[in-house]
Ligand binder design. Structure first.
Ligand code: TEU
Ligand code: CA
Length: 544
């Protein structure tokens, strides 16, 4: 491929992607659940923000046991979200605004209500039986002690076939058997069908878990994983100019180089979580809270930045629909909410990779502290029961839930200070964060000092200055306990980012940048010397 063509086909290297969790974004018909027409009505907002693509969490037909991550028909839209025509209109309307739509492909499992599974469970001879993962058995004696992510064993008995099926997530999410070539072919045909409809790419849910081998208790990174991925890519993605991103909890840098090899044999980029799990007790669950080891955080980012430079491509993110709000987690959602939200944005958006903004992050939306009855997430509800049974106190369990529940990310998008934050005219499916009167889009769009405007500027810089996509990375002050500082450099320019990750004023030992360095963006109005960084202060300088 010649250089220019290669650059164009890798448009996602200087792009910013916005994630929408459809049921919580915008409701168009007053049933309390966000939908496709709601999204269409907010495309102008997204165009103003300046993003290049939208990753839509699943909108396909689903009984919604796991909010759409349990798909019963991959080639239809759930009526709750709208129709196939609405989806086509969304793709078209987004396209007019130069926004591509990325669909969420859940290929590790389907819903138990998918017709494949309905057939598969009828008899061992059924042609669909082998689309799932079965083990012979005797009722009551499980094949092994593997556990499912949302509680309980990973095995479920089906009397008709006198076998257990394997499920890594809920019982309503039976695992698909990728060893079956007919299943793989059906998946490729389905993907090509969506591609023909004009989608701009795909996010692949828990893609590193498709090559499971339950007899060896292997879930992530099974021996055949990259073989499957290469076949998948060859049969689908490579035939069009798509962006593809694989969710991979178990990725190392070496594995990430396979996923995102610049030769395009697998995916465009990897979505890995090494930085995300740092504030939990080692070897325990995410519910076991621990302080953030800041030096470790810097070390992890530095390692990934250098490790993939020229050899692969990473996603840059603080949030998604499974994670607590970053400003409540590693920032400060009280006195310094605005400053810390901007600091976290500036820090992340200066790095190499493709930044993801999760809906509401651009407003500095925060976690919630609800009563248990107000939570909706299957994972949270299971955890609550499970930990009470194990003897944890209610207070302790609620503390974990407040800090880590996935519902922190799933409260309705805060559009305005009107009823239900302007999300719905009906009763929202999950309670709105009570702080919507202060924190909402209406208040921030058009205010150049808002968190929204900070994100808007950062998105523009990435498009304008190639150093954001290309430059190499160097960490400064790796041992400093409060400051996260780095440079990015290419042949023409140098970017310098300096962030105070603490709520205190700190001394910064870096030299004052010389006159050739222009302050691109910061999060305090009054300029000051670099030697004194105010609480959560962040500055980004560019010389070009
Ligand atoms: O999540 C992957 C996953 O491993 C989750 O169980 C994750 O560990 C958990 O949310 C954190 O506690 C993906 C989707 O992003 C998630 O929403 C789905 O529930 C899950 O796959 C199953 O499809
Ligand atoms: Ca609706």
């Amino acid at each position: 491929m010649d250089k220019e063509k290669e650059r164009q086909s890798q448009w996602w290297k200087s792009a910013v992607i916005y994630q929408i969790y459809p049921r919580s974004f915008a409701d168009s018909n007053g049933d309390g659940i966000g939908d496709l027409r709601g999204i269409i009505s907010k495309l102008d907002y997204l165009e103003n923000l300046g993003i290049d693509a939208v990753w839509l969490s699943p909108v396909c037909k689903s009984p919604q046991d796991d909010n759409g991550y349990d798909i019963s028909d991959y080639q239809d839209i759930d009526p709750m979200f709208g129709t196939l025509e609405d989806m086509e209109e969304l793709i078209r309307e987004a396209g007019k605004r130069h926004i591509r739509i990325i669909m969420d492909l859940v290929l590790n499992h389907s819903s138990d209500e998918h017709h494949w599974f309905q057939e598969a469970r009828k008899s061992r001879e059924n042609p669909y039986h082998d689309y799932y993962v079965w083990r012979d058995g005797v009722e009551g004696i499980l094949p092994n002690d593997m556990r499912a992510a949302f509680g309980g064993p990973a095995w479920e008995w089906v009397p008709e076939v006198r076998q257990y099926y394997f499920h890594q997530f809920s019982v309503k999410q039976p695992d698909l058997n990728w060893e079956n070539p007919r299943l793989r072919r059906e998946i490729y045909d389905m993907i090509n069908w969506w591609t023909a409809k004009g989608v701009g790419g795909f996010r692949l849910d828990v893609i590193d878990q498709i090559a499971k081998e339950p007899d060896k208790k292997i879930t992530n990174n099974g021996p055949r994983l990259h073989e499957y991925l290469r076949e998948l890519s060859r049969e689908t993605f490579q035939k069009a100019d798509l962006v593809t991103v694989g969710e991979a909890w178990g990725a190392t840098i070496e594995l990430a180089k396979l996923y995102s090899n610049p030769d395009n044999s697998e995916l465009s980029m990897v979505f890995q979580f090494e930085h995300i799990g740092l504030d939990q007790v080692e070897g325990k669950e995410k519910w076991d809270l621990a302080p953030l080891p800041f030096l470790k955080l810097k070390e992890v980012f530095a390692r990934w930045q250098s490790g993939l430079h020229g050899k692969g491509w990473n996603s840059l993110f603080w949030n998604n629909h499974d994670l607590p709000r970053i400003v409540s987690r590693w920032g400060n959602d009280g006195e310094y909410r605005v400053e810390s939200a901007k600091m976290l944005a500036i820090l992340l958006h200066g790095l190499q990779g493709t930044p993801y903004i999760y809906q509401g992050e651009e407003l500095g939306m925060t976690n919630v502290q609800y009563e248990i009855e107000e939570y909706r997430d299957i994972e949270t509800l299971h955890l609550y029961e499970e930990r009470l049974e194990k003897g944890y106190s209610r207070e302790e369990v609620m503390r974990s839930i407040h800090a880590r529940s996935r519902d922190n990310a799933r409260t309705p998008m805060q559009w305005s200070d009107g009823d239900n934050a302007g999300f719905t005219e009906g009763e929202p499916w999950i309670k709105v964060n009570p702080n919507y009167r202060q924190i909402n889009a209406g208040r921030q769009v058009g205010d150049e000092d808002s968190v929204f405007s900070c994100y808007r500027n950062l998105i523009r810089f990435r498009r304008e200055y190639p150093v954001f996509a290309r430059g190499d990375f160097q960490m400064l002050l790796p041992e400093d306990e409060s400051i996260f500082a780095y440079t990015r450099e290419d042949e023409d320019s140098r970017l310098l980012v300096v962030c105070n990750f603490s709520g205190r004023t700190v001394h910064c030992p870096l030299e004052e940048p010389d006159d050739s360095m222009r302050l691109l963006i910061g999060n305090y109005r009054e300029k000051g010397p670099i030697s004194t960084l105010r609480p959560y202060e962040a500055r980004m300088y560019l010389n070009s």
